[in-house]
Every structure is written in structure tokens, then in C-alpha cells.
Design a protein around this ligand. Structure first.
Ligand SMILES: CC(=O)N[C@H]1[C@@H](OP(=O)(O)OP(=O)(O)OC[C@H]2O[C@@H](n3ccc(=O)[nH]c3=O)[C@H](O)[C@@H]2O)O[C@H](CO)[C@@H](O)[C@@H]1O
Ligand SMILES: C=C(OP(=O)(O)O)C(=O)O
Length: 417
């Protein structure tokens, strides 16, 4: 098992460019099968989840090439609608194959998806939406067998603004007969990126980024060339790393509008942020202030994907902070590991109370999930002494060479195989 070895205490300095967003590239790679043409996806991040999605595309007959920062997917040769179970179990995002495959082939056989253990992650909203479009779904022996004669546009009200359900329904709807309206849709920037990718193919969609998305089905779609938006969670993680190590750095290739709630919280703890074009310069205070309330919420609220990293920061704040996780039921596994490093955190259900300490100390800790793992790296960068973060395969699902990024900024961090 690979690990990160971190000797904490180094200040970070310099500039860092942010890679393409994981949560954009994964649905977009899945959407590449809809048109049966060649699609060029620019600015993809090197992630384990991206590798898994590419393996899935290859396993169903697509041709996939990589050329510097592009992935070229040609889905003309797609030859099966059964997705290999071992790959589906690797990550949650394999569920994104459903909408596109139903649009293209009118059927799909797929097992329930895997992914990080951050609480139950049902797919009922995906299935409800697809059923409203006429899809027949048989659930048996851990598999979903879905088929439809003709996908029909529908009025779909999501009981919760689920990111994945919104995207799956959008991808199914582009080739459906008639109009689909998704109400209470998720508003995440990655949904707008998916809309841009699909409209680039000739799909008729509007409203992504708002809670009502309207899709008018079309008969066929072209190939497309598309650049992935920068990863707002990676940018937020690096800015939080600067704050926890009290370092001034510049983050480049960011869309600051996508980071409003993270930026607001960084300001609340005392950081100064200077935003210019696609760059953010951060100047942390000498003493991090605690925050009275931090609640994770759907976009544009504070992202659940930044909760763990921010908790690492609040561990060394002056005072007590209260963090409430409203999106996932079990996303506090990092707290036990932070406590090993000297943090004072008490968890009761979905609420964590963090009593700031003067300093964290290095320890052997284990990444239990992607963002929790990133939080431990941040804590290790700030801690006194050596931290070993185990199980970093979780971190590599969503960060493109996190160790190299921090090394380039001056951290003492090494990946050990
Ligand atoms: C690849 C991707 O984009 N992943 C992101 C996406 O995940 P994902 O798309 O899985 O997240 P959702 O927005 O669907 O989930 C949010 C909440 O809705 C619940 N739910 C979801 C679907 C469903 O059918 N039934 C149901 O009850 C989930 O259990 C969870 O409690 O949004 C999450 C919330 O911002 C992020 O943490 C993930 O990084
Ligand atoms: C939970 C996450 O991702 P996924 O939905 O891919 O598991 C995440 O990015 O933090």
C-alpha cells in the first residue's frame, strides 16, 4: 500500500495551476458514448477514477487515446451494453453510464456502484427519473437491468437536488422523444460543464446552473471538442493548505465564482484573498479564527467535498468551531485520525465540535476516503514532526499528484510505494 511521508512545518510558497475537475470529466467521459462519434476532451486530470472510467469505455468497445492533455474517445465501435462489475464497483461515477447508454443503446446491465464509504449513497432518484422517461428497470442479484423501447421526455421533480441524478437524467434526455424538464435540479458548476459538452454535440439544453433544466430531445448528435473546467475542490484544498501552514501562495487556473462559499469561510477565519482574472492569492493570518457555523449544503452552499479539509484547518483555530455535515451521513471518519494528531474534536451524529489546539503533532494515520485523506495531508503539512498517511489510493481517486503539487510549493512530502 502506498503512503505519504510528510515532515511538517515547512512554509509553502509560489504558484500552482489547477487541473480539470474530476466531477466534470467523469460524467463527460460517460457522455462520450451518446453520439457514437469522436470526442476530444481537453485538460483532463490524471486520476484513478479517470483511469477506471477509461477502462470501462475500453471494455465496452470504445476506442480511447491520450494525447498530451487530451483524451480522445471514439464510441462508434461500442459493442456491448453490459458494464463489467469489477470496474463498476471501483467508483460511484460508474452510474453515469446509465443515462448515456439508454440514450444510445436503449438498454444497460450494470451492478450497483462502489466508491468511498461516506454513508449510504442510494440511486433511487436516478432510477425514479429514468422510469418517468419510460425505462423498465429490473433489480435483482445486485444488478440493474434497464431497457426502453423509446425514451420519452418527462416532467421530473427531484425530491433532492442530487448532482448525479440531475446529470444522468440530462444525458438520457438529449436523445429522448420530446421535452424533459428537471425541477429542483442540482446547480453545481460541473452540471453546467456537462450542459456545455452536450450542447457542443448539438443537444438542446438550457438552464444548467439553475434549479430548472430543460432538454429538447434531438435525433442525432455530432462529435465535440471540449475543455474541462478547473477543479474547485482541488483549488479549495490548496488554499486551505496555505491557510493551515500560514503560507502566502497563488493559485492559478481557477474560476473564483465556483469557490464563493469556500472563499467566504477562508475570509471568516482571517485569510485575505486577492482575486484577479483566473488567479487567487491567499494571505493567511498569524492566528486562524474559529467559525461559529459551518454547514455543508448543495451548491452554492459550502461543499461537503471541502468539509474534511476545513476541519483540519479549524483544528488549529483560536476557539471552538461547529461543523454540520448535511449531505452525507457518515463523512466524519477523518476526525479519529485528526485526533491522533492532537486535534480536539467531538462528533455527535452529523455535528462535530472542534476545540482549536495550538499545534498538531505528526502521527501514523490512515486515509479512509478521498477528502478525509486530503485533510490528513493538510494536517501533516502543518504538524510538528513526521506524519505518515496510509491508504493514499483513496486520495489518488481525486487529486492529480497531490504530493508533487505540495513538493513544488516547498513542502517536505514523499510518496512511498
Ligand atoms: C462524481 C461527482 O460529481 N460526485 C459528487 C456528487 O456525488 P453524487 O452525485 O453521488 O451526490 P448527490 O448529489 O447525488 O448526493 C447528495 C445526497 O443525495 C442522496 N441521494 C442521491 C441520489 C439518489 O438517488 N438518492 C439519494 O438519496 C445521497 O445519498 C446524498 O446524501 O455530488 C456530491 C455532493 O455534492 C459530491 O460529494 C461528490 O463529489
Ligand atoms: C465523494 C466524492 O466523489 P465521488 O462522488 O466520486 O465518490 C468526492 O469527490 O469527494
Amino acid at each position: 500500500m502506498s503512503k505519504y511521508l510528510i515532515n511538517g512545518g515547512n512554509k509553502l510558497s509560489g504558484k500552482i495551476g489547477i487541473s480539470g475537475a474530476k466531477n466534470s470529466v467523469l460524467p463527460i467521459l460517460a457522455a462520450s458514448i451518446i453520439n457514437g462519434k469522436e470526442n476530444i476532451i481537453i485538460g483532463y486530470p490524471n486520476l484513478r477514477d479517470v483511469e477506471t472510467m477509461i477502462e470501462i469505455l475500453l471494455s465496452i468497445g470504445c476506442k480511447v487515446k491520450r494525447d498530451s492533455d487530451c483524451i480522445i474517445v471514439n464510441s462508434e465501435s461500442l459493442n456491448t451494453c453490459e458494464i463489467p462489475e469489477h470496474l463498476v464497483r471501483e467508483m460511484r461515477s460508474s452510474i453515469f453510464l446509465m443515462g448515456p447508454m439508454l440514450g444510445r443503446c436503449k438498454k444497460i446491465k450494470i451492478s450497483y456502484p462502489g466508491g468511498c464509504e461516506i454513508g449510504p449513497r442510494p440511486i433511487d432518484l436516478h432510477l425514479k427519473g429514468l422510469k418517468e422517461m419510460g425505462v423498465n428497470i429490473i433489480e435483482a442479484h445486485g444488478f440493474l437491468e434497464c431497457s426502453v423501447e423509446k425514451l420519452k421526455g418527462a416532467e421530473i421533480h427531484l425530491d433532492y437536488p442530487s448532482v448525479g441524478a440531475t446529470e444522468n437524467i440530462m444525458m438520457a434526455a438529449v436523445l429522448a422523444e420530446g421535452k424533459t424538464v428537471i425541477r429542483n435540479a442540482a446547480k453545481e458548476p460541473e452540471i453546467l460543464d456537462l450542459q456545455d459538452f452536450l450542447t457542443g454535440m448539438g443537444a438542446k439544453i438550457e438552464g444548467a446552473g439553475t434549479s430548472i433544466i430543460q432538454i429538447e430531445g434531438v435525433k442525432s448528435l455530432n462529435g465535440v471538442q471540449h475543455k474541462i473546467i478547473p477543479d474547485r475542490i482541488v483549488a479549495g484544498t490548496i488554499l486551505t493548505a496555505a491557510a493551515i501552514t500560514k503560507s502566502e501562495i497563488m493559485v492559478e487556473n481557477v474560476i473564483a465564482d465556483h469557490l464563493v462559499s469556500t472563499i467566504a469561510k477562508l475570509k471568516e477565519v482571517g485569510c485575505q484573498l486577492n482575486i484577479k482574472n483566473n488567479q487567487i492569492k491567499i494571505k493567511p493570518p498569524k492566528v486562524i479564527k474559529s467559525v461559529e457555523i459551518l454547514r455543508t449544503l448543495p451548491y452554492p452552499g459550502f461543499p461537503t467535498d471541502m468539509q474534511a479539509q476545513f476541519m483540519a484547518l479549524l483544528s488549529i483555530a483560536n476557539g471552538t468551531s461547529i461543523v454540520t455535515e448535511t449531505i452525507f451521513e457518515n463523512r466524519f471518519k477523518h476526525t479519529e485520525e485528526l485526533v491522533r494528531m492532537g486535534a480536539k474534536i467531538k462528533v455527535d451524529g452529523r455535528v462535530a465540535v472542534i476545540k482549536g489546539v495550538k499545534k498538531l503533532t505528526g502521527a501514523n494515520v490512515s486515509a479512509n476516503d478521498l477528502r478525509g485523506g486530503a485533510a490528513l495531508v493538510l494536517a501533516g503539512l502543518a504538524a510538528e514532526g513526521t506524519t505518515i498517511v496510509d491508504n493514499i489510493h483513496h486520495i489518488e481517486r481525486g487529486y492529480d499528484n497531490l504530493d508533487i503539487m505540495f513538493k513544488n510549493l516547498g513542502a517536505d512530502i514523499k510518496r512511498i510505494d
